[in-house]
Design a protein around this ligand. Structure first.
Ligand SMILES: NC(=O)c1ccc[n+]([C@@H]2O[C@H](COP(=O)([O-])OP(=O)(O)OC[C@H]3O[C@@H](n4cnc5c(N)ncnc54)[C@H](OP(=O)(O)O)[C@@H]3O)[C@@H](O)[C@H]2O)c1
Length: 243
């Protein structure tokens, strides 16, 4: 059992991730921005924390991440969002959450990014979104957390297929959020990467983020192994690394 914080837990992806993780026996806390959404988390078998990512500090987020082993970030600005909201929710708030996870001693971080986030294309809104996601992805990659960055194309409400195409470059294509939620669970449940510490104690986890460990893991990027068990097919999502 892993203790997890799901950020954006009332969203269309986040709520599915909460269900998926709870049903698999993990201890889940959901971060939501509206107090009235906490009851839904309780109904799903999770705890709730109310925090507005746009105004929360790293300290606020560190308190939310405290005692958590894994963080899943599924929050995102909506399509009609202002430039400032995009920059915050798809960029700066992710960076603060990553920093909070490191400071609080979390082990894993799964981040939902966006397909082709390394490119600039589309109108101003899309370019702003992609740049924010790109910067956040880079920030997470530079940490010694065991991170997974998933870069899906269009997400849908479609029925789960149990099949997901993974790769560093994959064609465009839709991905049901239910499949994404399962992929996220599998990423969290994958065996921990070799990182110089076999201890499962909190102290051991903190030691695993020593500078020597960081250089060890940073040099060993490899394709995700465990998520492949759920995968192959039609969906146009892309996963960078599971270390
Ligand atoms: N939609 C797509 O096709 C697509 C494609 C590629 C990548 N993605 C990425 O995939 C992730 C999930 O997308 P989705 O469409 O499933 O998400 P969604 O349904 O739009 O949910 C986003 C969640 O983020 C929360 N949120 C927004 N601003 C917040 C704030 N200031 N404080 C706290 N929470 C806040 C929202 O809270 P409220 O419930 O209070 O509004 C909502 O629950 C996002 O990171 C998105 O960028 C989406």
């Amino acid at each position: 059992m892993t203790t997890c914080l799901v950020v954006g837990a009332h969203g269309r992806t986040g709520s599915r991730v909460v269900d998926e993780l709870v049903q698999a026996g993990h201890a889940v806390t959901g971060l939501v921005r509206r107090g009235e959404h906490v009851a839904d988390l309780h109904d799903a078998g999770a705890h709730g924390i109310v925090l507005d990512l746009a105004t929360s500090s790293t300290d606020d987020l560190q308190r939310a991440v405290d005692e958590v082993e894994a963080v899943v970030y599924t929050a995102g600005s909506s399509s009609g969002a202002t430039a400032e909201t995009v920059t915050q929710i798809d960029g700066a708030a992710i960076i603060r959450t990553v920093d909070a996870a490191v400071l609080a001693g979390a082990e894993r971080f799964v981040l939902v990014s966006a397909h082709r986030a390394d490119e600039d294309f589309g109108g101003d809104h899309v370019v702003r979104l992609l740049r924010a996601k790109r910067a956040a992805d880079a920030h997470l990659r530079a940490t010694a957390l065991a991170w997974t960055i998933i870069r899906p194309d269009a997400l849908t409400e479609g029925r789960p297929t149990g099949r997901v195409r993974l790769g560093t470059t994959v064609p465009q294509g839709a991905l049901p959020r239910a499949d994404l939620a399962r992929l996220i669970r599998l990423a969290l449940e994958a065996p921990p990467p070799p990182c110089g510490s076999s201890s499962n104690s909190p102290a051991g986890r903190r030691r695993s983020r020593s500078p020597s460990t960081r250089s060890d893991t940073a040099d060993h990027h490899h394709a995700p192994s465990h998520p492949h068990r759920a995968s192959s097919t039609s969906a146009g999502n892309r996963i960078d690394h599971l270390r």
